[in-house]
Design a binder for this molecule. Structure first.
Ligand SMILES: [Zn+2]
Length: 269
């Protein structure tokens, strides 16, 4: 188990909860014998050394270090310090596919990393969880972004904002962004990708959403769309993280900075 200081982030490769749950399922799933306290076990370190767990933690740490080198990443990591309890990054497992609606067992069997998702803290769950795999195992396409640091960053955006997540996740957008929470997380991910120097950013949350060029022009055009504009405006009013990101004016694709620029342009007329 690795504590990523000074942030409230812990990486735990121990997946004892998934192992016990899987064993119970495979041996008849007798309700009387169902393993107890698995939510707690999910956060416990392995008392013995495990090469597999150590490798997981090292690879996740490597991605956290990449995230910490970019300003967008630093702001997301810093937001974890406002959490009441530590956020845990844990590997995807068979039990996660049962708990989360964003993960399913068929996808898990084909490509475990593709089931990356966040389970932010709520009144019944003390610690936020980010389920993420740094390995493209199974039949994952070799060029898939699932194990990338930008995917981890996206899930951290959910995990460090538990109360916003709870409010925004049910707000379906009925378009390629899924809901207002995903709109926010993808925009932050896009700003990160643009700062990293990628040539393209995500144009939606759906797997099939087309990408956008990571340019200032694309950022401007994105904000010419009234729906995008209204959502960015609401996010800036609502969230400190958006206000902080708006200050990073030199990042080419940055709708938050674009909104602030548009305001200034109008004033100068
Ligand atoms: Zn998401």
């Amino acid at each position: 188990m690795i504590k990523f200081k000074p942030y409230r982030i812990v990486v735990n490769g121990n997946d004892q909860d998934d192992v016990e749950y899987g064993r119970w399922k495979a041996t008849g799933a007798d309700p009387a014998k169902k393993p107890q306290n698995l939510d707690d076990k999910e956060l416990k370190p392995n008392p013995f050394f495990s090469e597999q767990h150590a490798l997981y933690e090292t690879e996740v740490l490597r991605r956290l270090l990449k995230i910490s080198k970019l300003r967008t990443g630093q702001l997301v990591l810093a937001a974890s310090r406002q959490l009441a309890s530590d956020l845990y990054i844990i590997p995807p497992g068979i039990r996660d596919t049962v708990i989360s609606i964003e993960s399913d067992s068929i996808r898990f069997q084909i490509c475990p990393a593709s089931t990356a998702h966040a389970r932010p803290a709520n009144p019944y769950l003390k610690n936020s969880r980010v389920v993420f795999s740094p390995f493209l195992t199974g039949s994952c396409p070799k060029d898939a972004p699932y194990a990338d640091d930008s995917t981890l960053l996206h899930e951290l955006v959910h995990g460090v904002r538990p109360s916003q997540f709870e409010k925004l996740k049910p707000e379906s957008t009925n378009d390629q962004w899924t809901d207002l929470e995903e709109f926010f997380a993808v925009i932050v991910q896009d700003i990160y990708l643009s700062e990293r120097g990628d040539k393209e950013v995500r144009g939606g949350h759906d797997a099939g959403a087309s990408s956008l060029p990571a340019t200032r022009v694309a950022s401007y055009e994105f904000m010419e769309n009234k729906t995008n504009y209204a959502r960015v405006k609401a996010a800036l009013k609502r969230e400190k993280l958006a206000q902080q990101l708006a200050l990073l004016e030199d990042i080419p694709f940055n709708p938050f900075a674009e909104f602030e620029r548009a305001k200034h342009d109008l004033r100068s007329i």
